[in-house]
Ligand binder design. Structure first.
Ligand code: CA
Length: 170
């Protein structure tokens, strides 16, 4: 398994912001998006005012680029019972880096204007369970250490290990 070069998304061309916590291997961006749409996700452009671009340092630290796709999904409260506020949603940003699709997924709370992440780790687990419904995919939870742990100081928790989703060998 080759190392992941990018482990943080960056906000407004500067400081590290959200952790990369999902990696797809051997799966195309179109296939990932088709699966997400089938699971009730929708393109974030439908709610453009509440969708923001993040960038990764690809192809180099100077030349950064925004996500290739971003989608959102309303929270299903019965699946994540500790989430009670109605103005919350799942949000994922995806980048095609050639041999992999890397993604940052989180729950965020809408504000006017903008939004902010309130959890990374629990939504990574929630998303992993959804992906297990795809019989073509193999889900390896917390399988790759990306050295992007976040804990304490009131910040949303991330354990620093990304979930790998790859094509199942038939
Ligand atoms: Ca994790």
């Amino acid at each position: 398994m080759s190392p992941i070069v990018y482990n943080w998304t960056h906000k407004k061309w500067c400081r590290p912001s959200d952790p990369i916590n999902i990696v797809f291997e051997g799966i195309s961006l179109d296939e990932v998006e088709k699966f997400l749409l089938g699971q009730g996700w929708q393109p974030a452009s439908f709610l453009f005012a509440f969708a923001s671009s993040h960038v990764i340092p690809d192809p180099d630290p100077i030349n950064k680029r925004p996500q290739d796709r971003q989608l959102i999904k309303p929270i299903k409260f019965k699946k994540i019972p500790k989430i009670k506020k109605i103005l919350k949603r799942l949000h994922i940003r995806l980048w095609d880096i050639g041999n992999k699709i890397i993604a940052g997924i989180h729950i965020d709370a809408l504000r006017v204007p903008g939004h902010s992440p309130t959890d990374f780790e629990s939504v990574e687990k929630f998303f992993a369970e959804d992906c297990k419904q795809n019989s073509n995919w193999e889900v390896l939870e917390d399988a790759e250490d990306l050295d992007n742990r976040i804990a304490g100081h009131g910040q949303p928790y991330n354990n620093g290990k990304a979930t790998i989703i790859r094509r199942r060998v038939q």
